[in-house]
Write a protein that binds this ligand. Structure first.
Ligand SMILES: NC(=O)c1ccc[n+]([C@@H]2O[C@H](COP(=O)([O-])OP(=O)(O)OC[C@H]3O[C@@H](n4cnc5c(N)ncnc54)[C@H](O)[C@@H]3O)[C@@H](O)[C@H]2O)c1
Length: 445
C-alpha cells in the first residue's frame, strides 16, 4: 500500500476527510447530508447560484431534506463541521474526496448529453491533488469513467497523476428513490467499482462511514452497468404491464384486479403497475444510455427500443380514454374543460422532469381542450412550453370540469371527495380503488 493511500484511509477513519459534492440536486443534497451525519465536513458545489444561496440560508428545495434538517447541519458549520455550499470550484483544493452528482440527460437526438459531467471533470482536473478520491455517481453508460473521465484526470496541469497511487477514481451509482421513506441514502446498499483495487478500498472506506452496506464490484464499468440493468429492468417491466393494461382493456378485464391477484404468488412474480407513461430523470433516460453505447458496438438493444415505444405511447393511449369517456357523455374533447390532477412524474414529490402529464397536456391542448391542473407540489407550471398557474382545488372546480384526469396519485388527495364532486374521472393510477360510488363515474386505465 502506498503512503498516499495509507494517509487517505487514515484521514477517512479519523473523519478528517473533507468531502466535496458537485451538483446539489435530488441526489447530491441528500448525499451531502448523509456525509455530514457521518461526521465529515462537506462542501457542496453547484453552478446554480440560487440553489447555493438557498442551502446557505438553510432553505431546502429537495422534498426529502426538510429545511429544519438542513439548517441543523449548517449551524454546525460554524465550528468547521457540517455543510456549506458554493459556486466556486477553487474550494476543491481543500477537499480530499469529491463526488459528482450532476445531470446526465439526453440531447434532442436522444443521445447522451455528457457536457455537465465533462465540465465537472474538467474543473476537478484543474484542482486535482495527491491523495484525492474522485467518485462519479451520475448515471451513465458502461465505460464512461474509464474512457472519458480517467484521461481527463491523469494528465492535468502538465503533470501526470497515476490512478490508484497518486489519486483514486471510482464509480458508485446513486440508487435513491426520491420521496421514498422505507429505503434511504443510509440504508440502500451502495455499489462501488474502483479503477484499481486501491481506488476501491479508499472509496469503500469513505462510503462505509455513511452507508450501511457497501457492495464492491470488480470495475467502474460493472458498477455503471449495474445501474443501467436496474433501470432498464424497471422500464421493460413497466412497458410490459402497460401493454397488459391495453390488452386487458380489449378483453374487457380490469388490469388492476389481475395484478393484485397475480401478486399473491409468493415467488416468481413481482408487481409493476401501468400508468400514463414514464417520467423522472432516470427510467425514461437511463436505458437510452445503454442502447446508445450498444449502437456504437453495432448492436441494437431491442427490448429497450420496444419498451420505449410502448411507454412513450401511453399518453396517447390515455388521450384515447379521455376522448371515449367524453364521447360517452355526449361531449367532444374540443372545448371540454379538463382538470389534470398531479403533474409531477410521481406521487409526493414536485419533480416535473419527463413527466407524462406534460405530454398529456400538450396532446389535449392540440385537440382544443381547455386544460387546467392542480398539484400540491407544483403551484406554478413553466415547463416544456406550458405556462400555467395551478387551480385552487375546491368543489366548484371539480364540478365545472367535464373530465378530471388523475395522472399523479399524491397521497394528500381525498379521492372520495374528488369522485363525489366530479362529473367524470379518468383514473390512470387506480387511485380511486375502493372509493364508494366510483362505478360509472370513473374510467380506469
Ligand atoms: N433523481 C433521481 O431520482 C436519481 C436517482 C439515481 C440517480 N440519479 C442520477 O444522478 C444524477 C443527478 O440527478 P439529480 O436528479 O440529482 O439532478 P438534479 O438536476 O436534481 O441536480 C443536479 C444539480 O447539478 C448542478 N450542476 C449541473 N452541472 C454542474 C456542474 N458542472 N458543476 C456543478 N453543478 C452542476 C445543477 O445545477 C443541479 O443543481 C443524474 O445522473 C441522474 O441520472 C438520479
Amino acid at each position: 500500500m502506498t503512503q498516499t493511500q495509507q494517509n487517505a484511509l487514515q484521514k477517512i477513519k479519523e473523519r478528517r476527510t473533507v468531502v466535496g459534492v458537485i451538483g446539489l440536486g435530488y441526489v447530491g443534497l441528500p448525499l451531502a447530508i448523509a456525509f455530514v451525519e457521518a461526521g465529515f465536513r462537506v462542501v457542496g458545489l453547484d453552478l446554480d447560484q440560487g440553489r447555493v444561496e438557498a442551502i446557505n440560508r438553510g432553505e431546502s428545495y429537495v422534498e426529502d431534506i426538510p429545511s429544519a434538517i438542513l439548517s441543523r447541519y449548517l449551524a454546525k458549520n460554524k465550528s468547521g463541521q457540517g455543510l456549506s455550499a458554493t459556486t466556486d470550484y477553487t474550494v476543491l483544493r481543500q477537499t480530499d474526496a469529491v463526488i459528482v452528482c450532476v445531470p446526465t440527460p439526453l440531447n434532442k437526438t436522444k443521445d447522451p448529453e455528457l457536457s455537465f459531467l465533462l465540465s465537472a471533470a474538467d474543473r476537478i482536473a484543474q484542482h486535482l491533488h495527491p491523495g484525492m478520491l474522485v467518485v462519479l455517481e451520475s448515471t451513465t453508460y458502461p465505460g464512461t469513467t474509464e474512457e472519458l473521465i480517467l484521461p481527463l484526470l491523469q494528465y492535468t496541469n502538465q503533470q501526470a497523476f497515476k490512478v490508484g497511487s497518486d489519486f483514486f477514481l471510482a464509480f458508485s451509482p446513486e440508487r435513491i428513490d426520491p420521496g421514498r421513506k422505507d429505503w434511504t441514502v443510509h440504508t440502500t446498499p451502495k455499489i462501488i467499482g474502483g479503477m484499481t483495487p486501491a481506488c476501491l478500498e479508499v472509496a469503500q472506506a469513505l462510503y462505509g462511514c455513511a452507508i450501511e452496506q457497501v457492495v464492491p464490484v470488480s470495475s467502474p464499468r460493472v458498477a455503471e452497468m449495474v445501474k443501467l440493468l436496474e433501470n432498464t429492468f424497471r422500464a421493460v417491466n413497466i412497458a410490459l404491464v402497460n401493454e397488459v393494461a391495453i390488452m386487458c382493456d380489449r378483453l374487457g378485464i380490469e388490469v388492476w384486479e389481475v395484478i393484485e391477484a397475480a401478486r399473491t404468488k409468493p415467488f416468481g412474480f413481482m408487481p409493476f403497475y401501468p400508468g400514463p407513461g414514464l417520467g423522472g430523470h432516470c427510467i425514461p433516460i437511463d436505458p437510452e444510455y445503454l442502447a446508445w453505447k450498444l449502437k456504437t458496438l453495432n448492436y441494437n438493444a431491442r427490448f429497450i427500443q420496444l419498451a420505449a415505444e410502448i411507454n412513450f405511447g401511453m399518453p396517447h393511449y390515455v388521450l384515447g380514454k379521455i376522448v371515449d369517456a367524453l364521447n360517452d357523455d355526449g361531449k367532444a374533447v374540443k372545448g371540454a374543460r379538463i382538470l389534470i390532477l398531479g403533474v409531477a412524474y410521481k406521487a409526493d414529490i414536485g419533480d416535473l422532469r419527463e413527466s407524462p402529464a406534460l405530454d398529456l397536456i400538450h396532446l389535449l391542448q392540440a385537440k382544443g381542450a381547455k386544460v387546467s391542473y392542480h398539484d400540491p407540489y407544483v403551484p406554478q407550471l413553466d415547463q416544456d412550453d406550458i405556462v400555467m398557474t395551478g387551480a385552487t382545488l375546491d368543489q366548484s372546480v371539480l364540478e365545472q370540469a367535464d373530465c378530471v384526469v388523475i395522472t399523479t396519485a399524491h397521497s394528500s388527495y381525498d379521492w372520495e371527495w374528488v369522485v363525489k364532486n366530479s362529473q367524470l374521472v379518468v383514473d390512470t393510477r387506480n387511485a380511486t380503488q375502493g372509493v364508494i360510488g366510483s362505478s360509472g363515474r370513473v374510467v380506469k386505465l
